[in-house]
Design a protein around this ligand. Structure first.
Ligand SMILES: [Fe+2]
Length: 236
């Protein structure tokens, strides 16, 4: 198994391609703008077919290329049902436009939920819902490889933006403590933006997960957010 990270789109999203060299099958985690082109360059090298596109949540910057993955490669798109509305209508979750870019909606092929298990690339992928950034946010945990794809709910040293409602921030922290910090500390966390970390590192050092709920709810954003205009933070 190999895992490659492609950084794509105006918000520097991570797209991960996990590839089994023996079976020539791959799984894609998140489909930001430009990820199809990155994947096609990868295909020239490997000829690996894609068996699933797993979305961590429905925000436009993570699903912008999902519909063209479906159309061109018939890759089944997986997403939590609580993010269906923003998948179908991406601009509904944006308070700005990206010049010259239209994000097409996507009708998922597979609706996933908390506790679901997928067999992909010869191993088990466990889905844990972590609401609070979006209602349908999930993390994908692969016990055999000790990987956790965390989307926008957990970054290195940060947690995800919790939206406009403070209770969502509290919910996000509760969910992270329950669904993520209970995993083995050497599990590698592969976020939707920025560099990888581990469960143990975040449990020890992430200020949002160490401080009180009330304080932590105000501490959000991903590593690239500091470089963005204020009105572009909404998708993160
Ligand atoms: Fe997001």
């Amino acid at each position: 198994m190999e895992c490659r990270r492609f950084v794509c789109g105006p918000l520097s999203n991570n797209c991960y391609v996990i590839w089994n060299r023996v079976t020539s099958q791959s799984v894609i985690v998140d489909a930001p703008l430009g990820s199809l082109a990155a994947y096609e360059a990868f295909l020239e090298e490997t000829s690996a077919s894609a068996v699933a596109l797993l979305l961590t949540h429905g925000h436009w910057d993570h699903m912008a290329d999902a519909s063209i993955f479906q159309e061109k490669y018939s890759v089944p798109v997986h997403v939590h049902g609580d993010d269906l509305s923003i998948m179908r209508d991406p601009p509904s979750a944006m308070n700005y436009s990206v010049q010259g870019v239209e994000i097409p909606g996507c009708e998922p092929d597979v609706i996933i939920g908390d506790g679901d298990k997928l067999q992909l690339l010869g191993t088990e992928w466990i889905i844990r819902s972590v609401a609070g950034h979006t209602p349908g946010g999930v993390v994908y945990y692969v016990p055999e490889w000790k990987f956790l794809f965390s989307g926008d709910v957990l970054f290195r040293g940060k947690i995800g933006r919790s939206g406009m409602k403070s209770r969502d921030g509290t919910l996000l922290i509760e969910q992270l403590r329950l669904k993520v910090l209970t995993l083995p500390e050497d599990v590698e966390v592969l976020p939707g933006h920025g560099a990888a970390t581990t469960v143990g590192e975040e449990a020890r050092t992430n200020p949002s997960l160490r401080c009180s709920f009330g304080d932590a709810a105000a501490d959000f954003s991903c590593p690239v957010a500091a470089n963005l205009p204020e009105n572009m933070h909404n998708g993160l």
